[in-house]
Design a binder for this molecule. Structure first.
Ligand code: SF4
Length: 189
């Protein structure tokens, strides 16, 4: 059984891929961008192992999946199996990575065949931007690798807030500064 170290799975995400999807936040990131808003995902010690087949079964209920983090490519063996199984099941696959596009495609050429949309590059706080969907800073690249998602949607980066049954809040996508502050400090205050 191949498993991916996961921080969080979220159903019904609508802003992190071109179609509604299962969001898969992996645990562990070796890139460690200055200004990262997900530092709790850096350590590989947190999270839990989830079988690739289980993730694909959940994603099949949504029609697509987006893998983000954390750094998915740091778990490249399990990531390959996840993307391959999902694509072979007819699901859309969106992959976020903090590695640069050219180096990640050169090092892992299978991505061209098993990923529909690739968002690549580290988050650079000094280049923060809300002008484009899916990415948080101007240096990050957006590549549509298959005909499934043919053209970049217009508009700017978006964020959706999920209220969980236990009362917790999950933010998907890139909140603007005002919303990010509300999330950090709590909506009730
Ligand atoms: S790659 Fe993503 S999770 Fe890793 S440090 Fe950069 S922004 Fe944070």
């Amino acid at each position: 059984m191949t498993a991916l170290r996961i921080a969080h799975l979220e159903r019904g995400c609508e802003v992190i891929a071109p179609e509604p999807c299962l969001g898969v936040w992996v645990q562990g990131c070796s890139i460690r961008c200055e200004g990262c808003s997900a530092k709790e995902l850096w350590s590989i010690d947190g999270g839990r192992d989830v079988a690739v087949a289980e993730i694909v079964a959940l994603a099949a209920e949504e029609g697509a999946l987006a893998v983000l983090g954390g750094e998915p490519v740091d778990q490249v063996g399990a990531l390959f199996e996840l993307c391959a199984m999902a694509r072979d099941s007819g699901l859309g696959v969106t992959l976020y990575t903090g590695y640069e596009r050219d180096s990640v495609l050169a090092g892992h050429p299978w991505i061209r065949d098993k990923v529909d949309l690739l968002l690549a590059g580290p988050y650079v706080a000094s280049e923060r931007s809300e002008k484009r969907p899916f990415v948080g800073s101007d240096n990050q690249t957006v590549d549509f690798l298959s005909p499934r998602y043919q053209s970049p949607p217009g508009g700017h980066s978006r964020c959706e807030i999920h209220l969980e049954k236990d009362g917790s809040i999950v933010a998907c996508g890139y909140p603007d500064e005002k919303l990010a502050k509300m999330i950090r400090e709590g909506f009730a205050r």
